[in-house]
Design a binder for this molecule. Structure first.
Ligand code: 13P
Ligand code: ZN
Length: 281
């Protein structure tokens, strides 16, 4: 492929896609204040096209070890930065970082022009980008959003993968097609902690979505569209469930396990049977 040099980092299509996603998330109401964070594992050719704009800062410990991401480059939001400001001034609110050869330290190469550091959820982002890369090299995006309806459900539903997956699948016929593996649920943990990173990465071995109890949602995908779409779909399903639970104590009718199986057959997907349990209510 012919090497294309962009005059500015901001002209690069992957940066524009990243910025667009921060705006889309803010417009959905998922990013109050500095809530949420986004990261993107850059392709080697994208690194080469912006390399001339890099100015390396000091190496800092990541806090977790991600050897499978050694010498890779990431675009990510800054800690304490507001999603609503990214589109106005990307260079002050996002950064490109490089992970060192051991996978234990990183340094800023571009962005954060007024100072700052990568998101406090850096351990979760990098651990999960590593988990996903090992499963499929095409995973590049990790996104954390403060989705209100998903979070509301963590106060009233049991915090189990089976219950959350089944309830969300029942709310919109296409949910099970969009996330056929289901969703994982992580109990309440300190934001930005190693523990949260480790527990999330266990769920991400199996799922592309993890719900953080009383906090929000965490998602991984191949590109900005599919990752945003995943969160959008889950949050829409959660919104419908919140409405249903607000209107009546129970559902008069719903999508039954047999109908989910038929749907899976028509869409040529497999739905794990552990989510298609018989309900006793
Ligand atoms: P940062 O501002 O450090 O990205 O933190 C926001 C957040 O949502 C933590 O979970
Ligand atoms: Zn958060």
């Amino acid at each position: 492929m012919e090497k294309e040099q962009w005059n500015q980092v901001l002209d690069a299509p992957f940066v524009q896609g990243f910025v667009r996603m921060t705006k889309d998330g803010f417009d959905q109401g998922w990013h109050e204040r500095n809530g949420g964070n986004l990261s993107y594992r850059m392709k080697p050719e994208e690194v080469e096209c912006v390399r001339e704009h890099f100015a390396a800062q000091d190496w800092k410990s990541i806090g977790v070890s991600v050897p499978a991401l050694a010498n890779e480059y990431f675009l990510m939001t800054g800690s304490g930065k507001y999603f609503r400001n990214v589109v106005l001034d990307p260079e002050a609110n996002i950064c490109i970082i490089e992970v060192d050869g051991s996978g234990e330290a990183c340094r800023i190469l571009w962005g954060m022009k007024d100072g700052g550091r990568p998101t406090s959820e850096l351990p979760s982002h990098l651990m999960n980008l590593e988990v996903k890369k090992k499963i499929d090299e095409n995973y590049r995006v990790v996104y954390h959003a403060h989705t209100p309806n998903i979070t509301a459900l963590t106060f009233v539903l049991p915090l189990s993968d089976e219950v959350f997956t089944r309830e969300l699948w029942e709310m919109v016929t296409e949910c099970s097609v969009v996330f056929p593996a289901g969703v994982g649920v992580v109990p309440l943990m300190v934001p930005g902690s190693m523990e949260l990173a480790v527990e999330t990465s266990k769920r991400m071995q199996v799922y592309d979505l993890a719900i953080w109890a009383h906090h929000g949602i965490f998602a991984a995908g191949f590109d900005f569209d599919s990752t945003f779409g995943l969160v959008h779909t889950a949050e829409k399903a959660a919104e419908i469930l919140v409405k249903v639970l607000s209107m009546a104590p129970g559902k008069r009718q719903t999508i039954q396990p047999e109908e989910l199986r038929m749907l899976a057959n028509d869409f040529s997907i497999e739905l794990p049977e552990r989510f298609l349990y018989r309900k006793h209510w």
